[in-house]
Design a protein around this ligand. Structure first.
Ligand code: R1P
Ligand code: URA
Length: 236
């Protein structure tokens, strides 16, 4: 048990999928895991453990943004002994051609330069996923015929920014495909603890064209991302 998590030691599997939204965590667990059990309800940051192809896997909601994310993930790594983290998040496309509902596998991530603290180097340089998880995700996505792109992503602290989409000009100039709010923290904290990490994101809106998905269709949108993340996890 921790201040933010009522699960006991041993309640989490060594591999944990990380959606931001607790409703997504519940849907993923109930739809894809055998015998899912809820291991955390504290603050409604739902966590589940069950089996996928006979192997234990957990799913933990992390909330929105780096501060919330780092609390749950730090405790998973430091207290619960988790070794592999696969984010199953949503993102905004930063290129006009990136299709809504397709997946982005973050090959590297740029954080914003000066908006927040420097702890873990969260906002410096680029950070990268575990190479083996990344390669496996691309192979599985091709095998499952899942529409996806891999490349640089951006990670931002601010969803509603006064500069609007202009704020992404620098990230776009570097070739960033999409933006989310946690991947930079994921890659940095995993490196800090010597754990393995990968971020897979579903495109729910396009910052360039203004196209959006509707929240009501969201769970159905996550089938491809969840299948892919679980397939990658199953070979751990
Ligand atoms: O849908 P999740 O996984 O929360 O991810 C994205 O959605 C939230 C913003 O709407 C941020 O957390 C962002 O990273
Ligand atoms: O962080 C996010 C997630 C979805 N869409 C965005 O524009 N940003």
């Amino acid at each position: 048990m921790t201040p933010h998590n009522e699960a006991g030691k041993g309640d989490y599997a060594a591999t944990v999928l990380l959606p931001g939204d607790p409703q997504r965590a519940e849907w993923m667990a109930q739809t894809f895991l055998e015998a899912p059990r809820c291991v955390n309800r504290r603050r409604e940051a739902l966590g589940f453990t069950g089996l996928f192809r006979g192997k234990p896997v957990s799913i933990q909601a992390t909330g929105i943004g780096v501060p919330s994310f780092l609390i749950y993930v730090h405790e998973l790594l430091d207290f619960y002994g988790v070794r592999t983290l696969i984010r199953t998040g949503t993102c905004g496309a930063l290129t006009a051609g990136l299709k809504l509902r397709s997946l982005v596998v973050s090959q590297s991530v740029r954080g914003e330069s000066a908006e927040s603290g420097q702890v873990f180097g969260l906002y410096n340089d680029v950070a990268a996923p575990d190479p083996a998880l990344f390669v496996r995700a691309l192979a599985k996505a091709a095998e499952l015929d899942i529409e996806h792109q891999a490349g640089l992503t951006a990670c931002s602290d601010i969803f509603y920014h006064p500069e609007g989409r202009d704020r992404f000009a620098e990230a776009q100039a570097h070739g960033a495909l999409a933006v989310d709010m946690e991947t930079s923290a994921l890659y940095r904290i995993a490196a800090h603890f010597g754990a393995r990490a990968l971020s897979i994101l579903t495109v729910v809106d396009n910052v360039v064209t203004g196209e959006q998905t509707d929240y009501s269709e969201r769970q159905a949108l996550f089938t491809d991302m969840t299948r892919l993340a679980l397939d990658v996890a199953a070979e751990n």
